[in-house]
Structures are given as structure tokens and as C-alpha cells.
Design a protein around this ligand. Structure first.
Ligand code: RIB
Ligand code: CA
Length: 342
């Protein structure tokens, strides 16, 4: 290309260079500066691999970990494992909150396995944690960021971001948007009849984030339960014949068993990976701006998200609620990106 360009008249050469530079800067301008807050967790690991395999679109600044599916030491180790498997060890991992803001901690090791990731061998990854706590990292990074420049993907209980907002409310100025896996409305809950795990695990934290006024998009069970694995979809991942395809297949084959049995459905959801797919290809999803209220009162509706889908109350719209998605499009994207990994 360069040799060919050398033969072009100078004016044409400059035009070619200008076009190339414009295209690159446009792509760079669209690139999302992203912090992923996560409690790996089987579906978190799939989300992390998808994100770390997509550097053209996602500039992953850091992974911040929180207790949720399993204890903080294990979610932090699993985040480091996902980073190692993606070959992205330059991305720092900061450990955050070991427990929710107020409620007694709950875990989901009955679903994710006692190490937080059933189906694969878990071991101590090469690279350690970054120095410092995730909450301090969030505060320092968001305080000094360009206005509304950083996107946060929340894949677990929202404790870290809530603590950062409580300590330094001004960090909202650095946040572009927060995209959350959590909540349930049409679908019903997965930890109680009405509550989804991430919200149930720390509803007070979710309330702090909701009341902060940041731009919020929720990917609830309403959409994740419409994007299910199938034998064909698992086969397309296995057919990659690489480490990432094998790992994700082994993880999902274990992870989906509980939901398939509980709901009597033909496949299982990959909840957290839909957040990353939404960032990569929002056109795969649809929803609407709604008013959401979170119930943090003790009782049968603890952790419920109440969504005014038909705007009956004419209350302020405080979130975008994603309610459907293109399941095959999601698995095609996931497969295509996993193909890039070893
Ligand atoms: O309810 C599903 C959510 O809870 C997912 O984020 C899963 O990883 C668990 O944390
Ligand atoms: Ca999670």
C-alpha cells in the first residue's frame, strides 16, 4: 500500500492520507472508554471475554470486582483469570466491596459453583490485583475524566459505584452512562418471585445509583431470558476449536443447567454478556425510557424493580429498560468475537 501510495501525485497522496486519518480518528471517537464492574460468575466471565476481545470498540480501562455470586476474593481471582484467558493482562483489576451496603450478604454459589465458575479448572492467575480499592479507583478516575466520557458496565451488585457516589457525588460529571444487568419486570424474579439477584443482593446500592441521576440503561431478565443458549448455538461456539470457545462452552454447559431446570426452558440465559453486546451492537436490542422504582423494604418485594412500562403514573423517566433482543444476533456476535481469542 505504502509503495503504491509513493507513486501517486503528491496531492492525491495527501488526500489519501487525510482520508485515512479522518477514518481512524472517527473510529477512535466512537470507541467507548469503559469500566466493567463485575462479580464473576460464569456469565460475567463470558461478558469479560466478549469485551476484552473487542478492543476496536471498547477501551476497557479497568475491571472492578465486587462480592456477589461468590465472595470478593473469588470474584477478584476469576476476573484476573478472564483477563489472562483474553490475553489482556494490561487491563488492571481492582478489588472493591466485600459486602453489600446494608443487607446481610448473599451469594449464588449454588448456581455458579463454589469457586464461582463451574465447568473449568480454576487456578491462581499469573498477574495480581492492582494496588488500591476499586471504590477509590472509581472516584479518582471519574473525578479527573473528561465530562461525561466514561461508560460503566455493571454486571453484579451495584455496591462499588454506590459507595463511590456516596463519597464523591460529583463523579457523575465523569460518567457518560451506566449500563446495568439487573432487575425484572415482565419476567418475574430469579431469586424471589419478583426480584433479580443483582438487585436483591444490594437494593440500597441500586437505589443510590438510580437517584444519582446518571444516564441508566437496564438489561433485566425481561431481555436476558429471551436470549437463550441452544444446542446449535453451543455447537457454533464449540466449532471455534480454540481455547476461548472450549472454555465458554464448558462454562455455559454447567451454568445453564439450573435455569433450564428451574424454568423448564430449552436453554439458559447469558445475562451479563448481553450488557457488552448492547454496547457493541445496540441495534440488536430494543426497549423504552421508563420510570423505575426499587423496593428496598424488608418483605416479599425486597429488591423488586417496579417499572411503569405504560407510563401510567406520568413520573419522570429515570432509565431505559431493554425488553427484547435478537438472540441469534447475540450468539453470532459472541462467537465471532471469541474466534479472535486463543
Ligand atoms: O441475575 C443474574 C445476575 O446475577 C448475573 O449478573 C449473574 O452473574 C448474577 O450476578
Ligand atoms: Ca454477574
Amino acid at each position: 500500500m505504502y509503495r503504491y501510495a509513493q507513486k501517486l501525485p503528491r496531492l492525491l497522496r495527501s488526500l489519501l492520507l487525510l482520508t485515512l486519518m479522518t477514518a481512524t480518528s472517527a473510529q477512535a471517537a466512537d470507541r467507548i472508554d469503559l469500566i466493567i464492574d463485575t462479580d464473576p460468575g460464569a456469565d460475567d466471565v463470558v461478558a469479560l471475554l466478549l469485551a476484552l476481545a473487542s478492543p476496536q470498540e471498547l477501551n476497557v480501562l479497568a475491571l472492578t470486582t465486587v462480592a456477589g455470586n461468590v465472595r470478593l476474593d473469588k470474584t477478584s481471582r476469576n476476573a484476573r483469570l478472564a483477563r489472562e484467558w483474553a490475553g489482556r493482562e494490561e487491563v488492571p483489576v481492582y478489588a472493591g466491596a466485600p459486602k453489600p451496603l446494608m443487607r446481610t450478604p448473599i451469594y449464588a454459589d449454588n448456581i455458579h459453583g463454589k469457586e464461582g465458575m463451574a465447568g473449568v479448572t480454576v487456578y491462581e492467575p499469573q498477574k495480581g490485583l492492582a494496588k488500591g480499592n476499586a471504590v477509590d479507583y472509581l472516584i479518582d478516575t471519574l473525578k479527573t475524566a473528561r465530562p461525561h466520557s466514561i461508560t460503566i458496565a455493571m454486571l453484579g451488585p451495584q455496591t462499588n459505584l454506590a459507595l463511590a457516589l456516596i463519597q464523591a457525588p460529583e463523579i457523575v460529571e465523569g460518567i457518560k452512562e451506566v449500563v446495568i444487568m439487573g432487575g425484572a419486570h415482565f419476567n418475574g424474579g430469579n431469586i424471589t418471585p419478583v426480584a433479580e439477584f443483582n438487585l436483591f443482593a444490594d437494593p440500597q446500592a441500586a437505589e443510590v445509583v438510580l437517584k444519582s441521576g446518571v444516564k441508566l440503561t437496564y438489561l433485566p431478565l425481561d431481555v436476558t431470558h429471551k436470549i437463550l443458549t441452544s444446542d446449535a448455538r453451543l455447537k457454533q461456539i464449540a466449532a471455534l476449536n480454540n481455547g476461548a470457545g472450549k472454555r465458554v462452552g464448558d462454562i455455559l454447559n454447567e451454568y445453564i443447567k439450573a435455569d433450564m431446570e428451574h424454568y423448564g426452558i430449552p436453554g439458559g440465559p447469558v445475562h451479563d454478556a448481553t450488557v457488552i453486546a448492547y454496547l457493541l451492537k445496540p441495534e440488536l436490542f430494543s426497549g423504552r425510557a421508563v420510570n423505575v422504582v426499587i423496593d428496598s423494604r424488608e418483605g416479599p418485594t425486597f429488591g423488586q424493580t417496579i417499572v411503569d412500562w405504560y407510563d401510567g403514573l406520568k413520573a419522570p423517566k429515570n432509565a431505559v429498560w431493554i425488553e427484547s433482543g435478537d438472540a441469534q444476533g447475540f450468539f453470532d456476535l459472541l462467537t465471532q468475537r471469541l474466534a479472535r481469542l486463543k
